[in-house]
Design a protein around this ligand. Structure first.
Ligand SMILES: Nc1ncnc2c1ncn2[C@@H]1O[C@H](COP(=O)(O)OP(=O)(O)OP(=O)(O)O)[C@@H](O)[C@H]1O
Ligand SMILES: [Mg+2]
Length: 244
């Protein structure tokens, strides 16, 4: 792999408790790998704002901290997360897909060892076509050779088909669901669409749970929310604890 000269500083400040939740998520994803290694992982949700990008980036960093070589790819070409959470003005996925730049030019190294990322890049006129193109499939094929895992952030499925198209081509998919935000029917429709796309759904991250509800899910075994923390909880319902 070509040496990356530029190193981006990433602000990563999770309190101990939230970090613990990500470690649990990381472990649960690894449990899903008993039969086959998951090299590409799509992170999707029903509706906007449920926490896909937050979960995808924090999970990527959490994996990197465990010595896994991780690439985070912002494949939401419509509403980029990388601009909000990482950096702006970098050439990224869209630049590569329209054929302007090489793979090496869009990969960014960071001060967190093992954590690289690709932003969405330029704002394209035809984001859906780019994600559906053969070039995106070729991109995944090439990029997964370079990392232990590639984590792909996607647009919400209620708005766009991109998430299903990406999930078709990845080894696993996780669904981020904001607690009390999505109707059961909508969630089932999304699950059906992913299954039609032959996605390997590993499980659901239930995000933004209030401390009180978290206690209900976990009985007496729960952590006190830190004072002044805006963080809510996240928990995992995966293949090993199937709730159909
Ligand atoms: N567990 C959490 N506790 C508190 N706030 C959270 C949590 N998870 C995400 N958020 C906040 O919710 C907002 C939306 O998060 P994020 O951008 O990750 O969602 P998204 O699903 O990627 O949105 P979009 O559909 O627009 O891409 C952000 O302000 C983020 O900081
Ligand atoms: Mg997002």
């Amino acid at each position: 792999m070509t040496e990356i000269s530029k190193v981006i500083n990433v602000k990563y400040e999770l309190n101990e408790i939230v970090e613990e939740a990500y470690k649990a998520l990381r472990a649960n994803i690894q449990f899903c790998e008993l039969n086959k290694k998951i090299k590409t992982l799509a992170v999707t949700s029903c509706i906007p704002n449920e926490g896909k990008s937050t979960v995808a980036i924090n999970l990527s960093i959490c994996m990197a901290k465990a010595g896994i070589r991780v690439l985070y790819v912002d494949a939401d070409l419509r509403k980029p997360a990388s601009f909000k959470y990482l950096v702006s003005n970098l050439k990224g996925l869209a630049n590569y897909l329209v054929g302007h730049v090489s793979l090496e030019e869009i990969i960014n190294a960071t001060d967190i060892e093992g954590f690289n990322f690709i932003t969405c890049g330029m704002k394209p006129n035809n984001p859906g076509d780019l994600i559906a193109s053969d070039k995106f499939g070729d991109f995944l094929f090439e990029i997964e050779k370079l990392y232990d895992i590639v984590i792909i952030d996607t647009p919400p499925m209620s708005n766009f088909i991109d998430g299903a198209i990406i999930a078709t081509q990845t080894g696993g998919t996780i669904i981020v669901a904001e607690a009390k935000a999505v109707k059961w029917k909508t969630a089932v429709m999304m699950k059906n669409q992913l299954q039609k796309a032959n996605a390997n759904i590993l499980g659901v991250v239930l995000n933004k749970i209030s401390a009180a509800d978290y206690k209900n899910y976990n009985g007496n075994y729960y952590y006190q929310s830190p004072k002044n923390s805006s963080n809510k909880w996240l928990i995992w319902k995966g293949k090993r604890h199937k709730h159909d």
